[in-house]
Design a protein around this ligand. Structure first.
Ligand code: ARG
Length: 362
């Protein structure tokens, strides 16, 4: 039906051009005006001509009469002007003939709008956090993201499915401390990500207990271990790589069950060396402000809290990585569209850094 609706809009565009002049209404304008009448005895498709009155400077009745006489299409058995409406009745035999031949010609692609041909879309979805549980929210974005990918592929887009693994951040400092204190290599090899999660929960509880007593030993140690990791300490890097691969193995079991594959697993860690250039650009554009030692972008004008770019100790944050990742993907894939599928709790995070990259001129 969509195909016939498009074809009708093309025919009407030509009729308007012939009867009223060039460049007044496009096929897309007319397509948007076409309706399916609620009472099908009136017709299978209808054009309410009052919608054209202003552009054509005629009454709806005059317009409907003029167009009814001009429209010729073998797929309609009748085109009639009634009270300012142009009503179309389908000729079932020719409609069916065309549909069957379209199906034969297009096969699996039948019904595709094909409006993505020559365009690229990157989709960021699933993206669980290493050594943290793959929870129901991740399952949701995995399935929705994959469906959006299939829909775009069907529409002709080149699609890049990206699993933006949460594989960097202070949690790794904590995990390293926990592993050094309580870890058991064999147990993790056996139990996989569940064992890592246990360690992570244990260290978090211990840090909390210390905090209640006004102690910060474990928190300080964690920060120090993460700093070492950021400075490419070989031992910490080896542990980190192992934590990532143990987790990834587990996730991939889930993806296999769902029959979902990703084109890229470039996670947050991939962007560590790509952030400084973006931070510098922010600085050059005068967008960075120092607030209590931290570097921020003030978003007051847009009714949002400040976007944190660098912590007081110079370490980067979640928005900083997302900015670097978006810029990298634009360069790598030259995308026409970038889609992020994530939990609604992150909508402020996204609104903030979308605004920041806009201010940066991207
Ligand atoms: N790792 C994040 C989480 O589990 C989701 C990542 C969403 N994508 C992004 N580009 N920030 O909450």
């Amino acid at each position: 039906m969509l195909t016939l609706k498009k074809k009708t809009a093309d025919i009407l565009e030509a009729a308007v051009k012939a009867g009223f002049g060039e460049g007044i209404l496009s096929a897309a304008d007319i397509f948007a005006m076409l309706e399916y009448p609620p009472d099908r005895s009136m017709g299978d498709l209808a054009l309410p001509c009052f919608k054209l009155s202003k552009a054509l400077r005629r009454s709806p009745v005059q317009i409907a009469d003029a167009l009814a006489a001009a429209v010729k299409c073998e797929e309609f058995s009748e085109v009639s002007a009634i009270n300012g409406y142009l009503n179309f009745k389908i000729n079932p035999a020719s409609f069916a003939t065309r549909v069957v031949s379209d199906v034969e010609r297009l096969g699996d692609k039948y019904g595709s709008p094909m409006d993505g041909v020559g365009k690229t879309v990157v989709l960021d979805y699933s993206s669980p956090n290493v050594a943290k549980p793959f929870h129901i929210g991740h399952l949701g974005t995995t399935v929705i993201g994959h469906s959006l990918k299939l829909l775009h592929e069907f529409a002709g887009y080149k699609c890049v499915g990206i699993n933006y693994l949460g594989d960097w951040g202070t949690q790794f400092g904590k995990l390293i401390v926990a592993y050094k204190m309580w870890g058991d290599k064999a147990l993790i090899e056996e139990g996989g990500v569940d064992e890592l999660v246990k360690l992570y929960v244990k260290i978090n509880n211990a840090i909390k207990d210390e905090e209640e007593q006004g102690i910060t030993t474990l928190a300080d140690q964690s920060r120090a271990e993460f700093k070492k990791l950021e400075e490419a300490d070989e031992d910490n890097l080896a542990l980190w790589r192992w934590f990532v691969s143990v987790s990834l193995e587990e996730y991939q079991k889930t993806y296999k069950q769902l029959d979902i594959e990703f084109d890229s697993y470039k996670g947050e860690s991939f962007y560590t060396d790509k952030m400084p250039a973006q931070v510098q650009l922010l600085r050059d554009k005068g967008l960075l402000e120092i607030d209590d030692g931290a570097s921020i972008v003030n978003l007051e004008k847009w009714n949002m809290p400040v976007c944190l770019i660098l912590k007081r100790d110079g370490s980067t944050l979640y928005p900083t990585r997302d900015i670097a990742a978006a810029v990298y993907r634009k360069g790598e894939y030259a995308f026409d569209k970038a889609i992020y599928v994530t939990s609604a709790q992150q909508s402020l995070h996204f609104a903030q850094w979308f605004k920041v990259v806009e201010l940066m001129g991207y």
